[in-house]
Ligand binder design. Structure first.
Ligand SMILES: *[C@@H]1O[C@H](CO)[C@@H](O)[C@H](O)[C@H]1NC(C)=O
Ligand SMILES: *[C@@H]1O[C@H](CO)[C@@H](O)[C@H](O)[C@H]1NC(C)=O
Ligand SMILES: *[C@@H]1O[C@H](CO)[C@@H](O)[C@H](O)[C@H]1NC(C)=O
Length: 463
């Protein structure tokens, strides 16, 4: 009888199993759970992609794009406040008895080609796009199951605008943000809750919450841009319940980013990143990630037909704001309005192309950058600093007359190298005990410079 070799089999298998188990216990950390209160929710680290993205495009589009006059607050100015110029506009241009709901069928989106929009957004250098899924008027740009006859599938376009744009953006790896208004000016249930001093939640139960969950599950957004929070406390909106689901159990719990408009007084205090007010511009470096949202049309977020050239931010204003925002640690979300038939007018296209052109030269100083130890230096010309890895970038908006850029803050070393983005060769420089670092800018004819304003000096080996 041959002795049976004592195989390593069973023992080894057991050992391997034990090791695997130990590894998996160590490797797979149990995800952290958030509780529905601000202390817990505010402690969630902001997903990385947002700070790196720096630049996004905001799009206001809805039934307000049909009257396209005044601003996207048309309905409120007309019926909420009864402003005489709105009454006049209606009586001059529409038959008697024409209601706001009658604008719905004229919101056709007939020439809306999400791929064409996406071409433009990509050319602008935007890393994320935020679309109004529902503004304060309550019309949903997607087939919401709880917005009967006041959504883009039943009325107007007969299309899922939110879904179509999302598909096109995803193909180009542009992140997708969904703007959503908590309140609806004239929703009967909202008005009922308001009458009850917001002690009842009929509207939140029937509309706000079902729609927020539907948006997240259906479109898996990277960002939720909340708005319309200001009349009620977050306990009315149940914001913290929603956010704890979003962070713990939703399909986007890893990457989703939210802003700070989740109830009275939450803006600038709670949520993900901070918007604070619209067009917020801090004076010094905030200690919390923030975003400046602003609009190319200075008087409106929605497209309006009575826009004139003087209302449009210039290329230079836009680039300056972008640079200032990023230097102060913010993201820049630049808004355009689309027309009722789904077009983006050439003046908005031109501005977005200009940002894209500027970023194609200077993007290295913007995307994924971090604030430097100094943000702003005002000398012969304003200089905004950013940094990335070991490089420090000084962005100046106006060319100094004598062709010498004077920087007080950077301290040079034996390894210092200085270049200008978009130009091949190193720049000459010297230091002066009185004046600091003197950089001799390239003497090129203006038309051979890579851009017309906002140039970036890249410095390595400085501290
Ligand atoms: C809001 O949250 C509370 C506490 O979890 C819950 O009792 C209530 O039903 C929620 N209301 C709505 C409208 O979801
Ligand atoms: C928000 O702040 C205002 C002014 O400080 C205060 O009157 C109000 O009670 C606050 N609301 C909530 C919900 O905390
Ligand atoms: C510009 O910087 C130099 C060097 O730091 C300094 O001597 C000079 O006073 C500054 N000029 C202004 C206008 O701040």
């Amino acid at each position: 009888m041959k002795s049976r070799p004592v195989g390593p089999g069973p023992l080894l298998v057991l050992l391997v199993l034990l090791l695997l188990r130990a590894a998996s216990v160590r490797g797979v950390q149990r995800p952290r759970r958030y509780t529905p209160d601000w202390q817990s929710l505010d402690s969630r680290p902001l997903p990385d992609w947002f700070d790196k993205a720096k630049f996004g495009v905001f799009v206001h589009w809805g039934v307000f794009s049909v009257p396209a006059w005044g601003s996207e607050w048309f309905w409120w100015h007309w019926k909420g406040e009864g402003l005489p110029q709105y009454e006049q506009f209606m009586s001059d241009n529409y038959p008697p008895g024409f209601s706001y709901a009658d604008f719905g069928p004229q919101f056709t989106a007939r020439f809306f080609h999400p791929e064409a929009w996406t071409d433009l957004f990509q050319a602008s250098g935007a890393k994320y796009v935020v679309l109004t899924t529902k503004h304060h008027e309550g019309f949903t740009n997607w087939p919401s199951p709880v917005s009967w006859n006041w959504n883009s599938k039943d009325v107007g376009p007969h299309r899922d605008l939110v879904g179509e744009l999302g598909k096109a953006l995803r193909k180009r790896n542009i992140r997708y943000g969904l703007y959503h208004s908590l309140l609806e000016w004239f929703h009967p249930l909202y008005l009922l809750d308001k009458k009850n001093g917001f002690k009842t939640q009929y509207f939140v139960r029937a509309k706000t919450m079902p729609e927020l969950y539907d948006l997240v599950n259906r479109y898996q957004p990277d960002l939720i841009w909340s708005d319309g929070e200001w009349e009620c406390p977050d306990t009315y909106w149940n914001s913290t319940e929603f956010l704890s689901w979003l962070y713990n159990d939703s399909p986007v719990k890893e990457q989703v980013v939210v802003n700070d408009r989740w109830g009275q007084n939450s803006s600038c205090h709670h949520g993900g990143y901070y918007n604070c007010q619209d067009k917020f511009k801090p004076e010094s470096l905030p200690d919390h990630k923030w975003e400046m949202c602003t609009s190319i049309d200075k008087l409106s977020w929605g497209f309006r037909r009575n826009m004139v050239m003087g209302d449009i931010a210039s290329e230079c204003e836009i680039i300056s704001e972008l640079v200032q925002t990023v230097s102060l640690g913010g993201n820049y979300l630049l808004n355009i309005g689309a027309t009722k038939d789904g077009l983006i007018v050439p003046i908005f296209q031109e501005r977005l192309f200009a940002v894209g052109k500027w970023l194609s030269v200077n993007g290295e100083a913007i995307y994924s950058s971090k604030p430097w130890r100094i943000q702003l230096e005002k000398n012969t010309t304003s200089v905004w600093y950013t940094s990335r890895e070991s490089a420090v970038y000084a962005i100046f908006l106006h060319w100094p007359e004598n062709g010498v850029l004077n920087l007080a803050s950077p301290v040079t070393t034996s390894t210092t190298q200085i270049t200008m983005l978009g130009i091949q060769k190193d720049l000459k420089w010297s230091t002066d005990p009185e004046e600091g670092l003197l950089i001799y800018l390239p003497q090129l004819p203006l038309f051979t410079l890579p851009i017309e304003f906002g140039w970036t000096i890249k410095m390595t080996g400085v501290h």
